[in-house]
Design a binder for this molecule. Structure first.
Ligand code: AGP
Length: 611
């Protein structure tokens, strides 16, 4: 949550900050602000502009004369204090010379505020973050780094911070604990941001900070200090993202673009990882030797939201195909469950961003208990990717829309690869492995074919989008897809939707059925087909409208339901890839029809870095 950026260099600072914030907007978008100093501004003073709403509102609020040679910016997802201009960052100390932007939560802010008020500090906002500039001011004796160093000793909670002082032009000091912070290094210019996307237009050289570290920046230098205040020599990383990959191109929304990118993004996740000859998968980053892999007796998966749904699919697949007991756990639950880590268990943390606080903290908890944890992440260099013991990058490319789509199908690809590898090490024959590998290889094509249902799905969405409630139902490996379909619809259209196991329907949810409540069924052509069709009949008998995503040519289902969306026939174990696509499109077109902000739905943020 919240995006922060700092910049020092020769460019028009306010423009760089605004552009960076625009790219970070997916992290939070209720208010925003910048602080700049130097240039034509009076020396020894910072200019601060804040506004409620999106970055476009901030842009409109910045007077043309607000520029400078260095500055910081913030886009907010409110945690403590309402959405007001006053509560927007940057926050300052009482002199107005120290400005701070913060991402995270200061858990001991009440105690700190009381202590600082006793010392005469006057607070202007309701935020937890405002204690930070006041604390820094208490320690400031002409050296911002020294003051920040002392101030952060008092902070409990999570933070990614960027600070500037009006009397130290060109200097930015950052600190990180639990919230991401990345330095971008240009020629004679420096960036500090929560995410690479904020600076990818200017530099491809980045340095990742770890928890407990401080960084001291000038346009020509970066210097990192670890927890023990020792200088850290950390080389730069070259990033390979292209600017085009974070632009919308010809699509009206990032979400539509990302849905349509799935044939390529899945192909990238699979690229070079299927060994057809030996009918297995090559996963170089696992960092596990063969005997460790062979002795895995149980797989546990930690994740949140859509990534948890991918983990659920993974758990079905690993049990059914690799015959390894597997369980997907909600990160926010398992962290406080005092989880049992069995000696032969292998853990995964699945996270698009690699920064989700619930997932990161749960992962650290099981690592403390001795677990080996592999990451399935999209963002290269993210905290989960760096702190896990090995893993699989899914290579979806930047996912900007808050609703996750292409990252989900790439996470599925990672689980299918791992399942192939594990099954082939156990009971799976070469012939069976080749069939599985061939099916996996054909997924990008099958998803491309499924995308052709776009216009049909749009028409169906137009017809049903005024319903106030939806049920999404599936069985077996399609049950997580029903959950994911419901989540997509909820988060971007604000229509209440419940994902449900079709078999579980008669145990309660069926009470909701009426002509006003449509059900969306996922109908495979496997051993569960007949049972799912019986469940559809039960709904129809009670007057409930039914939309079905089924297999091309399944006329029995098509004739039974009110609307039918066909996907190509395939090995039934692979339907999760195809059947999620019409559900993504359905949510998208419902949201469009209802005039919602598809890419930035209310109350949400892309990267949830608070608990
Ligand atoms: C997905 O559409 C959601 N916005 C959300 O559930 C997301 O999947 C969840 O917050 C986990 O994020 P992560 O994959 O970055 O860890």
């Amino acid at each position: 949550m919240c995006g922060i950026i700092g910049y020092a260099g020769p460019r028009k600072t306010s423009n760089v900050l605004l552009e960076g914030l625009r790219r970070l907007e997916y992290r939070g978008y209720d208010s925003a602000g910048i602080a700049v100093g130097g240039g034509a501004n009076p020396s020894g003073q910072l200019r601060i502009v804040k506004s409620v709403g999106k970055i476009s509102a901030l842009k409109a609020a910045i007077p043309p004369d607000v520029d400078g040679v260095w500055g910081i910016g913030h886009t907010r997802w409110a945690t403590h204090g309402g959405v007001t201009q006053t509560n927007a960052h940057p926050h300052t100390d009482n002199s107005g010379k120290i400005a701070v932007v913060h991402n995270g939560i200061i858990e001991n802010h009440v105690a700190l505020k009381t202590m600082l008020q006793k010392k005469g500090c006057v607070f202007k906002t309701e935020t937890d973050s405002e204690v930070i500039p006041h604390l820094i001011a208490q320690y400031y004796k002409g050296d911002l780094l020294e003051a920040v160093k002392a101030a952060v000793q008092n902070l409990e909670g999570t933070y990614g911070i960027a600070c500037i002082h009006a009397d130290e032009p060109g200097r930015i000091v950052g600190a990180r604990n639990g919230s991401p912070l990345i330095v971008g290094v240009g020629a004679g210019e420096i960036f500090l941001a929560s995410d690479i996307t904020a600076m990818v237009a200017y530099t491809d050289k980045v340095v990742y900070l770890n928890d407990g570290e401080l960084v001291d920046l000038t346009p020509d230098s970066y210097s990192i200090l670890d927890r023990d205040e020792q200088k850290v020599e950390r080389p730069m990383n070259q990033i390979t993202w292209e600017l085009g990959s974070i632009e919308k191109g010809d699509f009206p929304c990032y979400m539509e673009k990302e849905i349509f990118e799935q044939p390529e993004s899945i192909a990238r996740a699979l690229s070079g990882r299927i060994d057809m000859e030996n009918a297995t998968a090559k996963l170089g980053g696992l960092n596990l030797d063969r005997s460790r892999l062979l002795n895995v007796g149980r797989v546990k998966i930690i994740a949140a939201g859509t990534s948890w749904h991918a983990g659920l699919v993974g758990s079905y697949l690993l049990e059914q195909v690799a015959r390894i007991p597997a369980q997907a756990e909600l990160a926010s639950e398992i962290r406080y469950k005092n989880p049992v880590v069995e000696k032969d268990s292998l853990w995964f943390t699945v996270s698009q961003s690699g920064e989700t606080a619930d997932s990161l903290f749960a992962m650290r908890e099981v690592q403390r208990k001795g677990a080996t944890v592999l990451g399935i992440c999209n963002v290269v260099g993210s905290t989960i990717a760096r702190e896990s013991d090995g893993g699989i990058y899914v290579h979806s490319g930047p996912e900007i829309a808050v609703a996750s789509t292409k990252a989900f199908t790439s996470q599925l690809a990672a689980f299918y690869l791992f399942t192939l590898l594990s099954a082939r090490m156990r009971h799976m024959s070469r012939e069976e492995g080749q069939r599985f590998a061939a099916s996996l290889q054909s997924v990008p094509d099958l998803v491309a074919q499924t995308l052709k249902t776009r216009d049909l799905v749009q028409r169906i969405a137009k017809k049903y989008c005024r319903a106030a409630n939806f049920l999404f139902l599936g069985r077996g490996i399609l049950y997580p897809i029903a959950l994911e379909g419901a989540l997509k619809l909820k988060e971007i259209s604000y229509i209440h939707a419940e994902g449900c196991s079709a078999g579980e329907m008669k145990h309660g949810p069926i009470a909701l059925i009426s002509p006003e409540v449509p059900s969306v069924f996922l109908v495979s052509d496997d051993y569960l087909r007949e049972k799912t069709i019986s469940n559809i009949r039960e709904i129809k008998a009670r007057g409930g409208p039914v939309i079905a995503v089924g297999v091309y040519g399944d006329s029995e289902t098509e004739n039974l339901v009110d609307a039918f969306i066909p996907v190509p026939k395939m090995d039934p174990r692979f339907y999760p890839f195809a059947m999620i696509v019409p559900l993504q499109l359905f949510a998208y077109f419902c949201a469009l029809e209802l005039g919602r902000d598809v890419d930035q739905p209310r109350n949400l943020a892309k990267s949830v870095t608070v608990e």
